[in-house]
Design a protein around this ligand. Structure first.
Ligand code: SF4
Ligand code: SF4
Length: 186
């Protein structure tokens, strides 16, 4: 059984920060376990989502920001829908990912690399350029054979373009990214 030493590792500022960024009151969680029962990724998590809520109440910053679960979360919002106290649990998972990113922590590096490749592509073109995002992902992870078998099935159908197609408002999209970076660095 894992033991949490509240006197040594409790970080109240972290709890306040997560509450401010998510707009949620984490003290409302009474550990009914409904979120975990409905979470489709519990089988893969290192910490189930209801325990994430408990560790958050206890201000366990390091433990939470280094865990794998926040990167494996599919943002399906089952937890939010099932919470009897109307806590937007999925939003809290999202905020924890942002925090882990800011602190240079990512328990599942390849998931973060995938997200970065996707977002870099949207920032550059206003929409994702799938082949470019895939090339960035395999280059950064070294997973050169990932989904290689899908190529012969997809390319003849024209499902993936060989060139990026920028949207008209791509500069506006880039401004959204810049504004986010500006806000999150405050
Ligand atoms: S949003 Fe994430 S934590 Fe919530 S139920 Fe879906 S996968 Fe689980
Ligand atoms: S469903 Fe809501 S109250 Fe129940 S454990 Fe999850 S977050 Fe806490």
């Amino acid at each position: 059984m894992d033991v949490v030493f509240l006197d040594k590792t409790r970080d109240d500022a972290f709890v306040a920060e997560v509450e401010r960024e998510s707009g949620q009151n984490v003290a409302l969680c009474y550990q009914c376990g409904n979120c975990t029962a409905g979470c489709p990724y519990t089988f893969a998590y290192d910490i189930p989502v209801s325990q994430i809520m408990r560790l958050l109440q206890a201000g366990q910053k390091d433990r939470l920001l280094k865990c794998k679960s926040i990167w494996l979360c599919a943002t399906c919002e089952s937890c939010t829908t099932r919470c009897p106290n109307n806590i937007d649990v999925a939003k809290i998972m999202d905020v924890l990912r942002h925090q882990a990113r800011r602190h240079g922590l990512a328990g599942e590096r390849n998931v973060k690399v995938f997200w970065d490749a996707f977002l870099d592509s949207v920032k550059a073109h206003g929409r994702v350029f799938e082949l470019g995002a895939l090339a960035t992902y395999v280059t950064r992870t070294g997973r050169f054979w990932t989904d290689m078998d899908l190529g012969p099935k997809i390319f003849p159908k024209g499902k993936i373009g060989f060139k990026p197609h920028d949207i008209k408002g791509k500069d506006e999209v880039k401004k959204i990214f810049d504004r986010f970076m500006e806000e999150s660095s405050k």
